[in-house]
Design a protein around this ligand. Structure first.
Ligand SMILES: Nc1ncnc2c1ncn2[C@@H]1O[C@H](COP(=O)(O)OP(=O)(O)OP(=O)(O)O)[C@@H](O)[C@H]1O
Ligand SMILES: [Mg+2]
Length: 405
């Protein structure tokens, strides 16, 4: 559940706001012990708090988690459940050391299984604690040893025909995961001709994504810290602009490199993909864990869906394709029925979103995603979030199973 990576001085995207290390202890003796350790090594960007694991969970629900955490499990019952809850909310790359007052082998085993780096029983012998904190912070071992790492999930959204609502769905999923599910989310606007995500979220963007796609060698966590536009506390947008007179020269390794970096610091990477069938769109589909295709009940949409289907390779292990039927009700009696549509494209509809022009359009004009509202579009989008935003630790289920009430 937690990363086994040692923390390093390199910061991930959005991590200028992240602390290097924070300790949440339950008693003053432990507080002093950790404070001494920090002072001895003159460590900066660290903090020590009372409140134990409950205070750590509350902090990670609210804001980006530190890169390394010490949590005190004293009085946290059941301790393993608390650790699971912490893992749900903290960033994917966080490393965790636990302390507590129970000298219990089964607790130790459960914590190790959960990905906790070590468990120390209080009172904390100074040398032992120093050794454990050195290990946690990568101080004694300069060479990083990556054994396992929890990585964020990639959700690529692509529309069939133009204007079907792909950007609406992508921005609402990203905003909802960040605000309703408290996940850290990176939204990539790969539709470089329209740059609509920024417009829908009411933020202005620059051309950083273009640079990232052309010069991947420049893209590291510091580049992302500067380039990603904060939309709110947990949602960051990366966008850029194509120029018909000077089209983007996509470096083939650029998107995989960018996504692999983002997955280390965000729980979700949501991609608004172009529907042009170009290399960018194919890569975005290939790299995704969840591929959401947005369509509506028109012939045009079905025709494009059949073409698009040819681009979707067979899902790999853990990969899901699903269809979101948007604008339901817009075409009235002229609409192609869901049954006929499913038969024609030989795929099941996973979720539906009703047509609701006043809500959808006024939300996008105001830069406030419809998922924040109580209208029918907001409600339908929240159902999609429930399916997507379930705990990252759950074994993957098929989309429509997760959507079932
Ligand atoms: N369920 C809905 N009900 C009513 N209007 C909607 C709905 N979903 C999207 N819209 C509206 O349809 C318009 C087009 O939506 P959007 O830009 O998301 O489509 P798109 O597929 O991304 O288009 P493009 O092909 O330009 O990328 C927007 O004005 C949006 O507010
Ligand atoms: Mg769009």
């Amino acid at each position: 559940m937690f990363s086994d990576r040692k923390t390093s001085t390199e910061l991930g995207p959005g991590t200028v706001r992240r602390e290097t290390f924070a300790a949440y202890v339950s008693d003053e003796a432990s507080q002093r012990a950790v404070q001494h350790y920090i002072a001895d090594l003159s460590l900066t960007n660290c903090s020590v708090h009372l409140g134990g694991i409950n205070a750590a969970i509350a902090r990670c629900e609210r804001e980006a988690s530190p890169q390394a955490l010490l949590v005190d499990l004293t009085d946290a019952e059941p301790a393993a459940t608390k650790v699971t809850r912490l893992a749900e909310f903290c960033d994917p790359d966080v490393v965790v050391l636990a302390i507590g007052d129970r000298n219990d082998v089964s607790l130790f085993r459960n914590l190790m299984r959960a990905g906790v780096r070590d468990y120390l029983v209080k009172p904390l012998p100074r040398a032992l604690m120093q050794e454990a904190l050195n290990d946690l912070l990568g101080i004694s071992a300069p060479v990083e040893r990556v054994l396992t790492q929890r990585l964020g999930r990639v959700v690529t959204v692509v529309g069939t025909r133009g204007g079907v609502g792909a950007t609406t769905i992508a921005t609402n999923i990203a905003w909802g995961l960040a605000n309703h599910k408290h996940r850290r989310v990176a939204l990539l606007d790969l539709d470089l001709t329209s740059q609509a995500c920024g417009l829908m979220l009411g933020v202005s963007t620059d051309n950083a994504l273009r640079e990232a796609l052309e010069r991947p060698q420049r893209v590291d966590s510091l580049f992302l810290d500067r380039a990603m536009v904060p939309c709110d506390q947990r949602l960051y947008l990366l966008a850029g602009k194509d120029d018909p007179d000077d089209p983007i020269k996509l470096a083939p390794e650029a998107l995989p490199h960018l996504i692999s970096l983002l997955r280390k610091s965000f729980h979700y990477v949501v991609i608004d993909a172009p529907r042009t069938g170009n290399a960018l769109m194919r890569q975005a589909l290939h790299l995704a864990g969840d591929r959401a295709i947005v369509l509506d009940q028109t012939m045009l949409s079905i025709r494009d869906m059949l073409q698009l289907k040819g681009l979707l390779e067979e899902p790999r292990e853990g990969q899901e394709n699903f269809l979101i039927l948007n604008r339901v009700g817009e075409s009235g009696k002229e609409a192609i029925t869901i049954k006929a549509l499913e038969e024609t494209v030989a795929m099941k509809i996973s979720a539906t979103v009703p047509f609701d022009a006043p809500n959808a359009v006024s939300a996008s004009n105001a830069g406030i995603p419809a998922v924040s509202g109580a209208g029918p579009v907001g409600k339908a989008l929240k159902n999609i979030l429930e399916a997507l935003g379930g705990t990252l630790l759950e074994p993957p289920k098929r989309w429509w199973q997760r959507l079932a009430p």
